[in-house]
Design a protein around this ligand. Structure first.
Ligand code: MN
Length: 233
């Protein structure tokens, strides 16, 4: 049997990868799914009623990940870029129509992430009933900590989630306030998409979102998962 070496008309992009705590091996990123309005207090602060509107999904691009402690470059075409701290779920398996009771079996591990958002662009897109990509899926819009394997920490279902800017507490919540829990998110997503190893899920943010400026230091924390620190440059 002969193996054909592929050739490319342009150089293929390098794979996007995240560090994993406790090993030099890295996690290759496939897709990046995000949950909108998964904490009631955040839904309310954005002007919505969580009892009437369930959470929903949008996506970022794998190439939007920012890892390994790099600085966050202030994005263009905005004067109001917001922090959203989120628990990140990393999948080692996939499939369609995954039952909630089986969903945690395909979780590789967890990380602390930021769903950085150009809020002014998002507000304009909402008003015009247009898609959110320009607000959400820009370069470096997903700072992320090292992954920690579920084999080491289990599946966190409660614990503090907070974000400080320059040492001042801005966002605070608890994983137990998530409207859709991790297993439910995976089950719901798998009704819409065929999940695959390498997929990441940003699980939504608690209340307290707000803007950052160049020079600000963001420190994000999820109990039992870890910390993420990045400077806006
Ligand atoms: Mn978010």
């Amino acid at each position: 049997m002969t193996t054909q070496t592929p050739s490319f008309v342009i150089p293929p992009p390098a794979p996007v990868t995240l560090p994993v705590r406790g090993t030099s091996a890295r996690f290759p990123v496939h897709r990046v799914y995000c949950v909108g309005r998964n904490y009631a207090a955040h839904a309310v602060e954005m002007g919505h009623d969580p009892d009437k509107e369930p959470p929903f999904f949008f996506q970022k691009n794998p190439g939007n990940m920012l890892s390994d402690g790099k600085d966050f470059p202030y994005p263009p075409q905005t004067g109001d870029v917001h922090h959203e701290i989120e628990l990140v779920v990393a999948l080692s398996g996939g499939g369609r129509d995954i039952a909630p009771g089986k969903a945690l079996d395909i979780v590789y591990g967890y990380a602390v992430g930021l769903d950085m958002t150009r809020r002014d662009i998002q507000a304009a897109m909402k008003k015009a009933a247009r898609p959110w990509e320009a607000a959400k899926a820009f370069e470096h819009s997903a700072p992320c900590s090292a992954l920690v394997p579920a084999a080491d920490i289990g599946h966190p279902a409660q614990g503090a989630v907070w974000l400080k800017v320059n040492g001042e507490l801005r966002q605070e919540g608890d994983l137990n306030q998530m409207i859709w829990k991790t297993a439910e998110i995976i089950a719901e997503l798998s009704k819409l998409f065929e999940l695959a190893p390498g997929d990441l899920i940003m699980t939504g943010t608690p209340a307290g979102v707000g803007s950052v400026q160049r020079g600000d230091v963001m420190h994000a924390h999820v109990d039992g998962v870890g910390d993420l620190q990045t400077t806006v440059v």
